[in-house]
Design a protein around this ligand. Structure first.
Ligand SMILES: [Zn+2]
Ligand SMILES: [Zn+2]
Length: 271
């Protein structure tokens, strides 16, 4: 399967999410859930300037996905896309938002150069949450971004099918969550159909796919109810048990450091 995409997780987890999805010609962010300052610092670390971005896609209005958005819109001239309902929810919380670069995605579909970007609905306790697929119009190579989903719907199955690169939520280990420090209502929220995908659910969903993406990045790991090694081992064991492990390469995103699925360009030392 052709894979034209590079995924760089700038930050991922319950405290803030931002991912850079690039092809040789284009660069997009998904979510700005860390402060704008942290975002620019991490982008500088990998040698990419904010002004090189072709656009930003927002999945939903939860603060761990939009924390740096207001400052970003004030400081940069980069179009930021989301659904009308998500924009309304964001504006309801911050009416002073600079709206000049706030854009809508008509009919869940947007053409950007060689890429077709499609948004798809996901089950989560936000107003109008979405995942995104980026598909090359010249060769069909496809990258899908999916976090913050309570369960795997047919819409999700359809979106993820045929992906050559995939960001997939592996939020929690069910036992760690059940025995962990969270209050009962929060545990119920996370386990509900509008909550988050567990390591197990992520792994079993992958075995449903006819072909596995070349690269899979496990993302949005809970700080209290998961461990990077546990997420990786759980998904790896499920794939191994189904004799599918050799089809893919697994990565695990982190909250406080950049994780990339392929080598980053050399960073210039400007000091
Ligand atoms: Zn959320
Ligand atoms: Zn989230």
């Amino acid at each position: 399967m052709l894979n034209d995409f590079q995924i760089v997780m700038l930050a991922s987890g319950s405290k803030g999410n931002a991912a850079l999805i690039s092809t040789a010609k284009q660069r997009f962010l998904v979510d700005i859930g860390i402060s704008c300052r942290a975002l620019t610092t991490r982008m500088k670390e990998i040698g990419v300037s904010v002004n090189e971005l072709d656009g930003v896609f927002i999945t939903h209005e939860h603060v761990d996905h939009v924390r740096g958005l207001a400052t970003f819109l004030k400081n940069y001239q980069v179009p930021v896309y989301s659904s009308v309902l998500t924009w309304r929810a964001i504006l309801a919380k911050d009416s002073s938002l600079v709206r000049q670069n706030c854009r809508l995605i008509d009919n869940n579909r947007l053409l950007c150069g060689d890429l077709e970007v499609q948004s798809f609905s996901i089950p989560h306790d936000a107003v109008d949450p979405h995942g995104y697929t980026f598909t090359s119009r010249s060769n069909g190579s496809k990258c899908t971004y999916l976090t913050d989903a309570g369960f795997v719907t047919d819409t999700i199955r359809e979106a993820v099918a045929g992906s050559s690169a995939l960001v997939l939520e592996a939020n929690h280990d069910v036992e760690m969550l059940k025995n962990g420090p969270y209050p009962r209502h929060l545990k119920q929220r996370i386990l509900s159909t509008l909550g988050h995908l567990s390591n197990d659910t992520a792994g079993h969903f992958l075995t449903e796919l006819e072909r596995l993406p070349e690269h899979i990045v496990l993302a949005h790991l809970s700080e209290h109810n998961n461990l990077p090694q546990l997420a990786q081992d759980t998904v790896q064991n499920i794939l191994q048990d189904n004799n599918r492990l050799q089809e893919t390469e697994l990565f695990v995103a982190a909250q406080n450091r950049v994780v990339a699925d392929s080598p980053l360009p050399a960073v210039l030392d400007l000091k």
